[in-house]
Design a protein around this ligand. Sequence first.
Ligand code: 5AD
Ligand code: SF4
Length: 474
Amino acid sequence: MSQRKLYIETVGCQMNMLDSELVVAALRQRGYELVDSAKKADTVLFNTCSVRQHAEDKIYSALGRLKHAKTHNPEKIIGVMGCMAQKDQELIFRRAPYVDLIVGPGQLHQVPDLIEEIQASGQQRMEVSMDRADGTRNDVAQSFESYDPLRDPTMRPTPYQAYVRIMIGCDKFCTYCIVPSVRGPEQSRDPEHILAESRRLADEGCREITLLGQTVNSYRFRHGDGRTTRMADLLHQLHEIDGIDRIKFVTNFPKDMTRELLTAVRDLPKVCQYLHVPAQSGSNDVLNRMKRGYTVEDYREMMTNIREILPNAAVTSDFIVGFCGETEADFEKTVELVRECRFKNSFIFKYSTRPGTKGAELYEDDIPDEVKRRRNNELLAIQNAISEEDNQPFLGRRVEILVEGPSKAAAKADDGQPQLQLTGRTMCDRIVVFEGNRRQIGQILPVDIYDANSFTLFGQIVTQHVGTEVYSLA
Ligand code: 5AD
Ligand code: SF4
């Protein structure tokens, strides 16, 4: 039998990227090969996101484009996985009756078997149960069963970098957010499993791990004997792993950013001083309606702690503009917070009402789209100006980067030459573009910075005369 060809499209957060990696690894084991378009594939999978309407619309139009292909080739398997699969369930079959498979985030480990069953029976399949493996129902959309030790370096950002899930679900129930209802309650993963997976990744040549959780700094695992492992403890343990040079963690929840954790970040040189801590708004009225569980004063206090303990840390944030009832005065408070905190960068989103959330139930989505758009652009312009200004002091400085691979432009125009434009990242997650050699990919190297804009530093690799020169790293 000829090899089956798989095309997978992933939208959404890093959790989804990791989920896709695991699904691909499992399918490769069954003899699938990856292809780069839906056209060439006989199995097409979409790993979906429900955080904003736009992400869902994109998937429904991609599905629409496949209708014709399915009519021509009824053998083609089309699957929808992830958050939108969990949220919309049979609605997906109604809107796109030619879809064969719908799988929620907790059942991804079943994908290879489900595809085989569909091939054998010709019947559609849907697996979105919130049941535990033992059959008890407890509204867990995702279980630790969905962890699979199988990894697939070719599906990772690079073979030298990997995501490691340390938590699933979320218990915060921010009123705008669909995540808790599609990913289920918060659960922390056994540190032994996290350590084992990280060691295995290090053995495979991975140098940087990014720990993933919706509120990663809320990590807390209770052992059977009464001990508790918290995020700071976990970082200490992971720090011991030979071969792992960099440890990052996303996304943080402001209220759980303890001084103990910040101190661990300070004391552990492999842990990146890069903290993504979404504020969402600078107005207490809005934060209150969002049910974020903190005030802007709490957020400021957290920033003071960060600046005191980690004066060089890069802090990044997310903001939602145009949340229900957001006045100009509320928005100005957000602007004020952004100006004051000087985030390395911020992701700014227009509020998108999500049916099934408390926000959609309780409040009217009353801010017109053009107002949302204007606020979005205004805040982004302010943030970008700050990012550019704060990148200027890097001019003339030497930084250390992990070389990730060809820059986007170079990857497009790749003619196979050894010398090409490469990108890498500093410990603080700053992107550096430089002329280099393919062999440098995966190495940690010093680079002198000569130019900068809001998003990128431009540098020149420091030529190393092995054994003859010692240079200091700023
Ligand atoms: N509308 C707009 N943005 C949202 N986010 C989450 N839910 C919504 C929504 N309904 C944003 C938050 C979160 C990021 C991942 O997505 O800023 O931090
Ligand atoms: Fe959504 Fe709030 Fe949980 Fe983040 S903390 S996933 S925004 S509910």
